[in-house]
Write a protein that binds this ligand. Structure first.
Ligand code: ITT
Length: 195
């Protein structure tokens, strides 16, 4: 089975990506490979995903899959966007970030938001033809937390068509519908065509 590195240190992402790649690829996270992280200095999800992928591939000498993702809130001009993981500060927890977001949205009636995921695959660090896919998932920001599954902003991300938050979905249901699940499915199609 082909070995690939997951260029993420977020255990929530590792769990989701691992369960989708199981049996198809021998997946090792950059945490296991002791890859040193680099600053995410890009202005877009795609730029940051490429930075992470090239960094992990350069340190591991292996093909690498990277995900840069975040929550884009309409009423906040796209905040927290690429800063989703550190919205409430450099070492913010998921809970800190949710508290900050809910307080910003306190007097806001427009609750529209979407999760975005840029996913990138590089065959080697200097790959001039990376595979790049971007997918989004639309929802609304709830006023209180609901559900215990997932990670990050899932407990406040309400899906009207399913009448629940993404933290109330099972792992399988979330992977089928989410920005990350959709992006990975698309990347896998490209990978098959490379083989
Ligand atoms: P890596 O850079 O190591 O991958 P990170 O958590 O810093 O980990 P990002 O910079 O891509 O990753 O930030 C993603 C943040 O966006 C994540 O920490 C969550 O706060 C949020 N997020 C992304 N996908 C999510 C999802 O499926 N459910 C809930 N929150 C999500």
């Amino acid at each position: 089975m082909k070995k690939i590195i997951l260029a993420t240190s977020n255990l929530g992402k590792v769990r989701e990506l691992n369960s989708m790649l199981e049996g198809q690829y021998n997946v090792v996270s950059q945490i296991d490979m002791k890859v040193e992280e680099v600053p995410e200095t890009g202005a877009s999800f795609i730029e940051n995903a490429l930075i992470k992928a090239r960094n992990a591939s350069s340190q591991s000498q292996l093909p690498t899959l990277a995900d840069d993702s975040g929550l884009v809130v309409d009423a906040l001009n796209g905040e927290p966007g690429i800063y989703s993981a550190r919205y409430a500060g450099e070492n913010a927890t998921d809970e800190d970030n949710i508290v900050k977001l809910l307080s910003r949205m306190d007097n806001e009636d427009d609750r529209g938001a979407s999760f975005w995921c840029a996913m990138v695959f590089v065959r080697y660090a200097s790959d001039p033809e990376p595979i790049i896919v971007e997918k989004s998932w639309e929802g609304q920001i709830l006023r209180e937390l609901k559900g215990k599954n997932g990670f990050g902003y899932d407990p406040i991300f309400y899906l009207p068509e399913l009448n629940c938050t993404s933290a109330q979905l099972s792992a399988e249901e979330k992977n089928q519908k989410s920005h990350r699940g959709q992006a990975l499915q698309e990347i896998l199609k490209h990978l098959l065509s490379l083989e």
